[in-house]
Write a protein of this length. Structure first.
Length: 343
């Protein structure tokens, strides 16, 4: 292919760590009925603001024994769903995770072979870029699948804990059940209507704080040492393909996911989509370094031995600094106005 030349000049450079995850509201949780019964009162609607302790809905259960049997059935169901061996939901998510893991391993193995060949100038840049893109995509898919499985396990355990509490409550409570809000926030979703039968397995409402949103994102553990509290996050989502939103890292969780070798990062959104969306997938870049007015060249111009070829044909060794996906900082070896070959 024809060689082009890039003129070195001062530019601003940003280095970032890739991450993926979901967007959610603060203090978000699903509200369940403590017993099986008829939904007789539902004073809130989607979009309403609620305060902590305010009434959300009321469930009528006429027979105390029915309530007790319902709680016992719910407890048995929750125990089954929390059992990682017998739960069909966890089995399906586990199979999805395994499929994503195999795809990631295949793509990673292929990328390693391509990278080795690329270092020997045995493959084209386009082939290297495609292999790397496939590996990054399958890694993100694997991380997302593993995160879904872990979230389902946590949700199942939480539901089991709640079912145990409700079983004890059913043994002593005989009157109608009045369910109140645990947080001050907004009603994000309504799953049941007045007059319908509700069970302990089905949520009635989804609550959260609409005034504040967070990112739950995951990045490769190899980048953990580059992360810091307060770092800026740039994120996108499919619902707004032409927009870039911002967040600030608030928590870096110390526990590493051993299966995906990823680290969980929580970031508070400083800008967010105008439409209140929750549990939607996001792609993010965590800014780890920025330089203004530095000399930078395309990564493709740098040979494996850290040299570049000038227009004159001279091969010159360079020292490199931070870098983005396409460009890398040159700290020594080149001057403003030099022209380097870009294969």
């Amino acid at each position: 292919s024809k060689t082009t030349y890039y003129r070195v000049h001062p530019t601003d450079l940003v280095e970032a760590v890739y991450a993926s995850g979901t967007l959610r509201t603060a203090d978000q949780y699903r509200v369940f009925s403590p017993v099986q019964g008829v939904l007789v009162h539902l004073p809130v609607a989607v979009g309403d603001s609620v305060s902590s302790g305010s009434l959300l809905f009321e469930v009528k259960s006429d027979d105390p024994q029915v309530r007790l049997r319902s709680a016992a059935e719910a407890l048995g169901y929750a125990e089954q769903m929390a059992d990682t061996l017998s739960s069909p939901q966890l089995a399906e998510l586990r199979a999805q995770r395994e499929s994503a893991r195999i795809r990631y391993e295949l793509d990673s193995s292929y990328f390693e072979r391509i990278r080795t060949a690329y270092a020997s100038n045995a493959v084209a840049v386009a082939d290297y870029d495609r292999a790397r893109s496939a590996m990054v995509s399958s890694r993100a898919a694997y991380q997302a699948a593993h995160a879904r499985y872990n979230a389902a396990c946590v949700a199942a355990q939480n539901q089991l804990d709640q079912a145990r509490r409700q079983y004890e409550l059913a043994r002593t409570t005989l009157e109608n059940f009045r369910i109140t809000s645990l947080v001050s926030g907004r009603v994000l979703a309504k799953y049941r209507n007045v007059g319908e039968l509700v069970t302990v397995q089905q949520p009635v409402l989804l609550l959260g704080r609409g005034d504040q949103r967070y990112l739950d994102i995951y990045c490769d553990v190899a980048d953990a040492h580059r992360l810091r509290i307060g770092a800026t996050v740039l994120y996108t989502l499919d619902a707004y393909p032409d927009s870039i939103f911002t967040a600030t890292v608030t928590t870096i969780y110390p526990a590493i996911d051993a299966a995906t070798q990823s680290i969980h990062v929580e970031a508070r959104c400083t800008t967010a989509p105008p439409l209140l969306l929750t549990d939607i997938a996001v792609q993010a870049n965590i800014i780890v370094a920025q330089r203004k007015g530095v000399l930078a060249i395309p990564r493709r111009a740098v040979q494996p031995d850290s040299t570049v070829v000038l227009r004159s044909g001279e091969r010159r060794r360079v020292q490199l600094g931070i870098g983005s996906l396409e460009y890398v900082e040159v700290t020594s070896g080149l001057a403003d106005g030099d022209e380097v070959a870009v294969p």
